[in-house]
Ligand binder design. Sequence first.
Ligand SMILES: Nc1ncnc2c1ncn2[C@@H]1O[C@H](COP(=O)(O)OP(=O)(O)OP(=O)(O)O)[C@@H](O)[C@H]1O
Ligand SMILES: [Mg+2]
Length: 500
Amino acid sequence: MILEMKNISKSFGAVQALKDVSFSVGSKEIHGLLGENGAGKTTLMNVLAGTFGPDAGTIGIDGNIVEGMTPKKAAELKIRFIHQELNLCNDLTVFQNMFLGEEYTRQWWMVDRKRELEHAQKVLNSMNSGIDAHTLVAELDTAQKQMVEIARALLFSSELIIMDEPTTALNNREIEKLFSIMQRLKEEGVSFIYISHKMPEIFRICDRYTVLRDGSFIRSGLIKDINEHQATELLIGKSFVQAHIKDGIAASITDEVVLTAKDLSGSSFSNVSFELHRGEILVCTGLQGSGTDELATSLFGASTLKGGTVETAAGPLAMHDIKGVMRRGIAMVPRNRKERGILPDLSIRNNNSLAFFVARHKSLFVDKNEEKRRFDASQKRLGIKVGSDMDVITSLSGGNQQKVILSRWLELDADVYIMDNPTQGIDVGAKFSIYKLIVELASQGKGVIVFTSEYPEIHQLADRCLVLYKGMPAAVLSRDEITEVAIMEYSTGTRGEVLN
Ligand SMILES: Nc1ncnc2c1ncn2[C@@H]1O[C@H](COP(=O)(O)OP(=O)(O)OP(=O)(O)O)[C@@H](O)[C@H]1O
Ligand SMILES: [Mg+2]
């Protein structure tokens, strides 16, 4: 398939999301679509997939202009869109979800379940997903749900598959699996449009790139003709020096302990103990399945601890009472905005206020002006791009939603921040400002625990790094012991005895 989008414009009220953008994809090509948060990537793909029409411009497929694109037409043209947000029904099984709206029918309206089930399972197996097509989607974790979304696009023969940040919930092994499926399909003639904020992925898998900035087309070309640094400069529109964020900032760690974890165990980890000091950033890392996910939620009382205690200076926390935990000065930025972060029906401003409202609010009524003041301050601090703060949160681009989630918790002015993959879906430039913010929090005397599996993040932030392997602590590395190799070896069990 050869795609040619020409002079596309699209506005939402006062926001012009796309300005005269032209974009083309050749056959058997993996095309990386790059741009900062809010640049217009998802909007351009929505126009292509017929979610809504453009205000101006044309879509050409194999030389023919397609008038009035709709999702149905796009499907007939063999275009599949895997959305940035998950779109599955938790109450249905995996195969029912995969065939939703496109059921195989036997006679009249009878759905041919057997055939659906067989086909779905075949695709899931070809992905080595380990997912049983009978499973209820509610029982899957986020990574598995993402795999089901991808499997759904592979069910019907497609010629162009759009992937909007497909890897935010996947670990490295799963990403490799995805890439080998993409390579295979490419050889069979499928083209891809691939959106990601992770430069290494773009450079690993894409043949060509297009950069959007502020809704405008900036440049297209071959990936082999640029490097990651140049790509970053193209998308932020100025030179970019990736300095080390902690340079020039004196370590702020004090002797005072703000949080003590003693012998914690859950269903996927055990024997975890540490002390978090005022002013310290402790990074916790490990491969998927190492227990870090559950440890993160347990520390906040959102999953049940099987054993052990978490204490602040004022004594042990009642871990079954999240509100109580929050009131004791502990804030948590959860992973997976897609599933846990946002309340989609509420406005941006109300989403921003949630934590403050639960933990700090004293009077019966919300003071609208005060709420607005708080939001305005956060917006400036994090550079959140919004039209009106009373729009629903889902009108924001993915990365800007994530910034609202962060800001929600920063407002709390807690003593301890637990941040689970805080920069997921955030563009390169903004990531850097979030690292800065985290380092600032520590220098103001807060204790911060960051859960992440991205090495650059560990390198930028960690005063100490706790590595889990198979649910057990494998190492606690001090700042000068942290290297990419050391982290990899401890997290894969190639180095070190399990600590105790
Ligand atoms: N349904 C909508 N209603 C109002 N504004 C919208 C809507 N969809 C997108 N926008 C606005 O259009 C602009 C472009 O958003 P878009 O989602 O395309 O960005 P993006 O490049 O995908 O960013 P990200 O990397 O953060 O996902 C943003 O300013 C966004 O707020
Ligand atoms: Mg987007």
